[in-house]
Structures are given as C-alpha cells and as structure tokens.
Design a binder for this molecule. Structure first.
Ligand SMILES: Cc1ncc(COP(=O)(O)O)c(C=O)c1O
Length: 390
C-alpha cells in the first residue's frame, strides 16, 4: 500500500483543521478538508531534523546561517532555474505577514491595491483592514477555466500602487503561462504598480506543467517585484512560520527590512530553520510523490463528480491541492449550499463566496489527504444529494 493512502489520525496534534471545526462548521462531525495544510506526515528527513533539535533540547534564539541560504538558493535554481543571491532572501513568518509588511511600507492609506477575485481571502482582508482601496480585477471564467481580464487590469493599474498576485492561483488553480505573466508584469511596470507575487503554491503543480516565477521574466520586472515563497505548503510545515521573501532590488529590500524591524518581526525559530533545510535538501522525492498522489486524487474527484454528482462541475486544477467545485447548476443560495454541505453531507470545506466576487455557488476542497478520505467525502455529498432528491 502507498504510505500516502494511510488515513493519518490528526486528533490530539493541536491541528487547526480539527480544533476549529465547531467555529467554522457549527459541528464537530464533518470530514475536515478545508484549511490549506496536508494530512500527510512529513518526510523522513524532516522527522530526523526535528529529532535533532529535540535532542539538543535548546530553544534559544537562532538565525539563518549560510547553509540555510544555500538550501533555498539551490531549491530555487534546481526547480525553477532562478539564481538568487543570499542578500535577496528576506524573512517573514508567513506570506500573509509579508503582504502586510509590503502594504505598510510601499503604500499609504487610501492607495489602490489590485487583487484578482475569487482569491485567497486574506488578500482583501489585508487591503481593507489596512484602509487601502480594493481594486478588484475579477477573473473571467469560461467553462471552468479562468483567465485574466487584461483591459480591466490596465484600467485599474492606472489608479493602483500595488498588485497582490496569486501564482499559482488559490482557489481557481491556474498556473499562469509565461505569456500571461509577461502581460501582467508589463502592465504593472508601465503603470508604476509594485508587484507582490505570492507564489507560495509554486511547488504544487500538475505533473507535466511548469511554474514560471514572475520575477524571472526580465531584470526590469525583477526590480519591480517582491516574490513570496515558502517551504510551508510544499512540505506541510505551515505552522513553523518560515517564509522566504525574495527581493532583488536593493532599494526595495532595504525598505522591506526596515518595515519588518519596525513591526517587531525578528528571527525565525530554529525548528523551522532546520525543517526547511531538511525539506529543501533532502525531501525532493517526498514532494514529487506527494504531488503525483494529489493529482491522482484530483482525477478521482473528476471521475466521481462527472459520474455521480449530477450538475456539479469540476476541472482538475493546474496547481495547488485545492479543488474548486462548481455547484451553480443546483441554483442554491450560498446559505443553502453551505447548510447542505455541512449539515447534510457533513463535509468541512470552504464556501466559495468567501473568496469574493465570482466565488458564489462554489466550494473549495482540500485533497491533500488519503484517497479514502476523498472518496468518503464525495460519497457523503452524493448520499445527501440523493436524499434531497427523494
Ligand atoms: C495564496 C496563499 N498565500 C498565503 C497563504 C498563507 O501563507 P502563510 O501561512 O505563510 O501566511 C496561503 C494559505 O493557504 C495561500 O493560499
């Protein structure tokens, strides 16, 4: 049996996915497939790194040393052909923190910031909670495939200071082509819009497709881009609070670092550092296996939905482990859809409307889990549907 087929019991591990179920779904008995982490155990190399730290039994301040930078540099070069220098790699505990740092440093209250809904909802929360103006360049959906509206983007860019870009895109699953990235970057550069490119899902790409890092398309673009990367999603270590924020423009880097200090954000924790090194240096096979498994799960979802959930539309995403289920044909209100999924099917997934414009009628499902769990969740949706039809 594939070890990823094992149903990992996360109870008792202080996982948000389980401990916050009542708050999000109003009940404890849903199958949790929401928050974006994996149910898979981490790699053996990461387990060994954690043991090493536990054996030291010392948890004082630590910092990223040259071997840490080498691990990140080597990963970006090996996987994306991106040669970065150590002085380009800033720290943030999370990519959302980096977004907040960038908003504080590079925009003022009232300034326009572009996002592309439906999108990971902390984007609009960061813009609005920091009293910036939300400029929503809504994605265009055609038969389940999403594209950017470049004319609208150009118009919005004229009154924007910053764009928060999601690549690969959560939740619509696009891995943007180099041609699309060229267009976005060109608009941002020509209109004086700083590009904050959130590429946290960059390792989670459908086998056969290639993720292009937006900053790598030209030096001019790189000079206008802050790229958010992390081992967190790829290696299932989001709780360890370590992201790598890549900024090749020294002026932007100086200002980012100064704002980080101003906000009192200091060094990463040692466990995170050691796990990240073990991930990037010694866990590539683990990742490749996991990505293949996830995309097999997506194929399973696709077949199940097409054969057994009438009206529901599903397209296998190009990237991320998040599926975007389209229930629009059922013509339910968002409240009714949510009630159906939580209380009748008892599946804990994210309602699409939360991701903003264009999200109504959808649900987002996290398939970074065992096939058995995916199957059970879909069967529960099917059974609830059949009961409703009777
Ligand atoms: C696009 C995107 N950015 C950022 C995050 C969260 O990142 P962090 O935990 O590093 O703040 C997520 C998590 O799902 C995400 O999907």
């Amino acid at each position: 049996m594939n070890r990823l087929d094992q149903v990992v019991d996360r109870r008792g591990t202080n996982s948000v996915k389980l401990t916050h179920m009542k708050k999000h779904f109003g009940r404890e008995d849903v199958i949790p497939m929401w928050v974006a982490d994996m149910d898979f155990e981490c790699s053996d190399a990461m387990k060994a790194a954690a043991h090493m730290v536990a054996d030291w039994n010392l948890y004082g301040y630590a910092d990223r040393e040259s071997d840490y930078f080498e691990a990140v540099q080597s990963w970006l070069d090996r996987r994306f052909g991106w040669k970065v220098k150590p002085e380009w790699i800033a720290h943030a505990p999370g990519c959302v923190t980096a977004i907040s740092i960038a908003i504080h440093e590079f925009t003022n209250e009232g300034d326009g910031i572009i996002i592309q809904e439906p999108v990971y909802y902390p984007f609009h929360m960061q813009v609005e909670m920091n009293n910036r103006k939300l400029l929503n360049n809504v994605l265009i959906e055609k038969d389940g495939f999403y594209e950017m509206d470049f004319d609208d983007l150009r118009a919005k860019a004229k009154e924007a200071k910053m764009m928060i870009f999601c690549s690969p895109h959560n939740p619509v699953g696009r891995v943007w082509t180099a041609e699309e990235l060229m267009k976005v970057q060109t608009i941002c550069l020509e209109e004086g819009v700083l590009m904050v490119s959130d590429e946290i899902h960059f390792d989670l790409v459908r086998p056969g497709l290639t993720h292009t890092i937006a900053a790598t398309l030209s030096e001019e673009f790189a000079n206008n881009t802050i790229t958010l990367t992390a081992p967190s999603k790829s290696f299932n270590m989001a709780g360890q609070q370590i992201s790598n924020i890549i900024i090749s423009n020294p002026e932007l880097m100086k200002r980012y670092e100064s704002q980080r200090e101003t906000m009192g954000i200091h060094k990463p924790n040692n466990l995170g550092i050691q796990l990240a090194k073990a991930a990037y240096n010694d866990s590539e096979d683990w990742l490749d296996e996991v990505v293949a498994y996830i995309f097999d799960n997506f194929t399973f979802v696709k077949n199940f939905v097409d054969e057994r959930l009438p009206g529901v539309q599903f397209h296998i995403p190009e990237g991320t482990y998040l599926g975007w289920l389209d229930f629009k044909a059922w013509k339910f209100s968002d409240a009714k859809l949510q009630d159906f999924v939580y209380n009748k099917a008892k599946v804990g997934i994210n309602p699409g409307y939360k991701f903003g414009k264009g999200g109504s009628g959808y649900m987002r499902i996290n398939v970074a889990t065992s096939r058995e769990t995916v199957q059970k969740a879909l069967e529960q949706i099917e059974a609830a549907y059949q009961e409703m039809e009777e």
